[in-house]
Design a protein around this ligand. Sequence first.
Ligand code: S3P
Length: 187
Amino acid sequence: MNEYRLKKFDGSIYLTGFMASGKSAIGREIAKKLERPFVDLDAIIKRGEGKSIKRIFEEEGEPYFRDREWQYLLELTREFKGVVALGGGALHNQRVVDHLKVHGILVFIKAPMEVIVERVMRNTKRPIVLNAEGKIKSRETLFTELKALYSSRIEYYKQAQVTLESHGNELKEGQALKLIEKLTRYV
Ligand code: S3P
């Protein structure tokens, strides 16, 4: 294990995985431990566009959001070195996966659907989980829809060089240490 080399690693660490899998929490924690800067791609999009992700979806639609997401990500890979938590849909084609793997290490945070559904039901900020009235969809609907969405994305998530399993009940400190241990094998 060589944590020193990981701290000096010249690329970024990109955290991918489905919504509510813990990318930002774990990302922040490893960034602190590795003394590297941390950014959340959704936060950058919000700041850049001057509105919430929910409002971007409502007012401009998902294709616009995906295009902006890709542009902000391109900028980030040019200008930022550190730990990046991606949005759950950021890896929406092979080009994005290849691009990130050239600029750093891609990490897949893998959480069970039961945990994802329970978490997303507590948060109205994600447009994908809201119905036409702006209310959270039912648990049954979410299970069906999110499972289908997950199946369409897994081919990209699974290309990550490192996978960290999360069951939803671990302490983020322990998860961060486990991830750092895995990452040291890649630098
Ligand atoms: C999305 C996930 C969200 C956010 C947007 C779309 C998705 O990020 O980018 O609401 O398509 O899965 P999180 O993964 O941080 O929830």
